[in-house]
Ligand binder design. Structure first.
Ligand code: ZN
Length: 320
């Protein structure tokens, strides 16, 4: 893909385009951010620009044999390394070290894109460190990570970190509309996709089920029905791919209630807090079953709490 063909992440596109134009591309990058916001696409766009045979300014042409090979995933100098069996392992890093030492076969730079860098085993990370300290002159290493805080600090400090932020909701809706998603569906997807167009499209087939699960939690919470709440949380834990989208949907419901400020709205501040907290648990790798059980407990506690009266009301009562 050319930089010009990628929608969104303007700041990062400019950063990378300028680096290409000025011949100042770093040799070790860490692209950090949620899934589906363009980390891999822009890593490939950079690889393509670095190896294009007839560059157009700071972008690739998209049509030369080199660009076509990058797009087809078979350029000999642009290599993706993916976790095998859930982790990036030491054997892969040894292979990487040998490959990175080679001169480019067909292009100008050998670009290695490491998916799921947070899954590096300690052994593999230590082996990778040597390469990050002294990368061979033609090599560019791009680590992609959803949870960069799980990387060894020594690995992080040797990379130029580029943070990919979630898309703002209105931009995300526009992008989904541009891709032909009907308005109501686009709005619903934008609430659950965590600011990621890639996630939004991937979740499209699951939307009715996700909405159903959000509704079950919302109903149980409004009825303050502990048993239904725990059952809904447990059910959700068994559908791992739905956990984050459902929590996003629940948080969106809570925010709406707080904005509207109707009866019982105050308690939803606690629910919202619990929702954000369980997301942090999950990012740290806590099992969904455990995280959601704790979540159900916290929601219960939040809903049992006495609702805080707005200050004005409290004062009026005392005066009477
Ligand atoms: Zn080209």
């Amino acid at each position: 893909m050319r930089f010009a063909d990628f929608t969104g992440q303007e700041r990062i596109k400019n950063l990378l385009r300028n680096a290409v134009a000025q011949g100042r591309v770093a040799q070790t990058y860490l692209f950090a951010g949620p899934p589906g916001v363009g980390k891999r696409a822009l890593a490939l766009a950079l690889a393509q620009a670095l190896n294009c045979l007839s560059p157009q300014g700071e972008d690739s042409c998209g049509t030369c044999p080199s660009c076509r090979r990058v797009e087809g995933g078979n350029h000999p100098d642009v290599l993706l390394v993916e976790p095998g069996g859930g982790a990036l392992k030491i054997d892969q890093m040894r292979w990487l070290q040998q490959e990175a030492a080679l001169r480019p076969y067909a292009g100008r730079r050998r670009v290695f894109i490491l998916e799921g860098a947070e899954t590096l085993t300690d052994q593999a990370a230590n082996s990778l460190l040597k390469l990050l300290e002294e990368p061979p002159p033609s090599a560019v290493l791009i680590l992609l990570a959803v949870a960069p805080e799980r990387l060894l600090p020594t690995v992080r400090s040797r990379c130029l970190t580029v943070y990919f932020y979630p898309w703002p909701k209105d931009r995300l809706i526009l992008e989904l509309r541009r891709q032909g998603v009907p308005a109501a569906e686009a709005a619903a997807l934008a609430e659950i996709a965590g600011g990621s167009p890639g996630q939004a499209l991937a979740l499209r087939p699951l939307l009715p089920q996700i909405q159903g699960a959000v509704e079950a939690l919302v109903q149980a919470a409004h009825r303050r029905d502990d048993r239904a709440l725990l059952a809904a949380a447990q059910e959700l834990a068994s559908r791992e791919e739905m956990v984050l989208p459902v929590l996003n949907g629940l948080a969106a419901h809570g925010r709406r209630l707080l904005q509207e400020g109707g009866p019982g709205a105050g308690r939803w501040a606690g629910v919202l807090r619990a929702t954000l907290e369980v997301q942090r648990f999950l990012e740290r790798g806590v099992s969904p079953l455990y995280a959601l059980a704790v979540f159900a407990l916290q929601v219960r506690r939040a809903l049992q709490a006495e609702e805080l009266l707005p200050v004005g009301v409290a004062v009026e009562k005392e005066e009477r």
